[in-house]
Design a protein around this ligand. Structure first.
Ligand SMILES: Cc1cc2nc3c(=O)[nH]c(=O)nc-3n(C[C@H](O)[C@H](O)[C@H](O)COP(=O)(O)OP(=O)(O)OC[C@H]3O[C@@H](n4cnc5c(N)ncnc54)[C@H](O)[C@@H]3O)c2cc1C
Length: 336
């Protein structure tokens, strides 16, 4: 693993992995209760199990703590939220600035009036959908099959089986990069296919979803159907990032989905190092062993090129690619 080049964040490494947050005058900022780690490896925290370290990883104690942290942080320091890393390639040179990870304090799901569920930004899709079932709220079954967090669903407009987050989201609470808390309605997020206009650096700390009254037994049946269909079609126990490319608009692709174009271009099973296009679902890339993130990303680019040559369609990445390549980050930071 290569460590990242230091950016302007003012964090002083100390013994062990803990670090102290300093303001721009070098004075320690007190009152931040979360855990700040310098040079924190991200590979264990993402599905591909590849990539470099976060220059700093911050795990806030609660939303107020995150707001205080962001207010105190040098405004020039880049900030990125991390969910379960199920839609991410973290490049091998790591991520400069601060990566924010929402842990247990953000993992609660509570049912409210009018078939709503209020969910922490770090709650998993399985917890959201199973709480919906237990409280007789239908319409959220699709979240059962997306292995991410509420924050990731809101940012990515996660969807499956004909439904997407934009249809069920009422509003979300975010902490802007400046540290200012805001509540945004779904209509503020400019949703389109697997995309939102959530402001850069904003962290979703909670979201409210609305479903409809339904019988828990029927909800369970639908969740079981979705789980079985997933199991049959996707490499769920592999090191992967889910769908690699967005399905192109039908007018550009003759109605073909991304996986069909990848297949047509002869890319099923294609490899680069220990990265491979899945044989089971060829819009999934796999780390079959010790692939680097460069292997995975370069394989994706190979596929895009071959699809363009074979079909004329330019596939667009759905997976988010973040951080620096290995050769851009020669300096070791911190003491992890
Ligand atoms: C096996 C498999 C199957 C999948 N199937 C589907 C599917 O059917 N449909 C689908 O839509 N996706 C699918 N995905 C992709 C992925 O699960 C979704 O994109 C999911 O929404 C990502 O959530 P995450 O919390 O893991 O986000 P991450 O992968 O950690 O991050 C993705 C993006 O969201 C941002 N983000 C994460 N948390 C927050 C937050 N709290 N606040 C603000 N921004 C945040 C990150 O900065 C990044 O830009 C699949 C992935 C896998 C591995």
């Amino acid at each position: 693993m290569t460590a990242v080049k230091p950016s302007s964040v003012r964090v002083e490494p100390s013994r062990g992995a803990a670090a102290r947050l300093l303001d721009t005058n070098g004075v320690e900022i007190s009152g931040v209760r979360g855990k700040l780690t310098a040079n924190a490896p991200l590979a264990p925290l993402v599905w591909f199990k590849a990539g470099g370290a976060a220059e700093h990883l911050f795990e806030p104690a609660d939303a107020d703590d995150l707001a205080a942290f962001l207010r105190a942080l040098d405004p020039a320091t880049p900030v990125m939220a991390l969910g379960l890393g199920s839609n991410l390639i973290v490049r091998d040179g790591g991520v400069p600035g601060v990566v924010i990870r929402l842990g247990k304090p953000f993992a609660k799901v509570v049912a409210g009036a009018d078939h709503t569920l209020t969910c922490g930004g770090g709650a998993s899709g399985i917890l959201v959908s199973s709480t919906a079932r237990d409280t007789g709220i239908g319409g959220l079954e699709f979240l059962r099959s997306i292995p991410g967090t509420v924050g990731g669903f809101v940012r990515m407009n996660g969807g499956a089986y004909g439904r997407e987050t934009a249809e069920v989201l009422v509003s979300c609470d975010v902490i802007l990069r400046s540290g200012e808390p805001r509540t945004l309605a779904a209509s503020d997020l400019g949703y389109s296919y697997r995309h939102s206009k959530l402001p850069g650096g904003a962290v979703v700390v909670a979201a409210t979803f609305r479903g409809h009254a339904a019988d828990p037994a029927n909800i369970q049946t639908e969740m079981d159907r979705i789980a079985a269909s997933r199991e049959a079609s996707q490499p769920l126990r592999s090191k992967t990032g889910g769908s690699t490319f967005k399905n192109p608009a039908p007018e550009f692709s003759g109605g073909h989905k991304a996986w069909e174009l990848v297949d047509k271009a002869g890319c099923r099973g294609l490899t680069r190092g220990e990265a491979q296009v899945s044989e089971k679902h060829c819009n999934f890339l796999l780390n079959t062993g010790a692939a680097t993130s460069a292997d995975i990303e370069d394989l994706g680019e190979d596929v895009r090129r071959k699809v363009k040559e074979a079909t004329g369609v330019e596939l667009e990445w759905e997976i988010q690619r973040v951080g620096l390549s290995a050769d851009a980050a020669p300096t070791k930071v911190g003491n992890a």
